[in-house]
Design a protein around this ligand. Sequence first.
Ligand code: ZN
Length: 366
Amino acid sequence: MRVTFSTAALLLLVITLQHFLSTSALIPNNTIRMVEGHSVHRIASSFRSKLVGRKFSASSPNGRFADGAAAIDGRVLSRMEAVGKNLFVFFSSDVKDEVRENREKEDVVVHVHFGMSGAWAVYNSSGEEEPEVKATTRLRLEEIKFKVNSSSSLSSKGFITHLSAMAVAHGDPSLYSAKKNSLGQDPLRSDADPDFLYSKIAKSKKSIGQLLMDQSYFAGPGNIYRAEILFLAGVYPTTLGVSLDRESFNKVWDTSVKLVRRGYDTGSILTVDATIDPSVAAHGERRYIYTKSQCARCGGRVSSWDISGRTCYACESGRCQPKLNVLPSRPTFLRYGLSWKNCLKMKMVAMLFLPRVPGRLFISRR
Ligand SMILES: [Zn+2]
């Protein structure tokens, strides 16, 4: 009995840990931790209403953002923008709104990339106790307020924030425009341009599995989304960009928008759609193939392999993510300058040495 109980307890612990490690989680003390792109949009939305328009004193407790803190010290936090996994916070000089409009080029922009373990916590010092800063706290902001009865003395009561992140940089507004232009299309942004994205993908000899994780193509989705987006779009991950037809791309993009929007709304990555797969949802499944060995929809084998350092997943039943035209069509192999004979030879080698990734070299939809 004791063994059974311990095993059950261990299983419960593992499931709980997996849940928190694999989803973005809103945890106590108004702290948002970042794992996938939708979490950054949640930070921007949640904190925009609290912090925009307020003036802050800035410091760098661990000294790793001392220059940036000095540059924004005493400024007004005027704007927040999320692009994929990147957050941009604008600090303006403390002048009236109408004057500020003409002085936007003087803003200081702070670019934050949280990485896998970054966090931003906000406390209201009039109702909450500020905890000790950590060794990872790069930036501490403290709101500057004037006392009600004296315009000359300051009160520190107000919002306080602690930021830890993999990368924090500061610069003028060109930092924002340069970084935004280098990033791909963000499914959560209204200015996303799927036509432009498809024109880039259609020229790429990389697989859609690689491109979905490439932030210069898709800004935001991470590894969990890659597996589930391609599954729901019915596209096999090794399908090359040049071989992805417009209809399949549309399915990938529309699914990206739908899933990432759902992650933004709920704060967790739940991809099973009860309207499409009621029986899968009824079993309490949250995802179709990510970290699974069996497909939650069809029961087929789920294969996994490495693409660009991260594990990629696909249903191998042929029903959920069919691999169309395992042998290349004439236009595809001619594009690569391969003769038909050499293609057949490479196919034989692939079948012999890459049994777990059949068709990896030759996926084509044309
Ligand atoms: Zn399946």
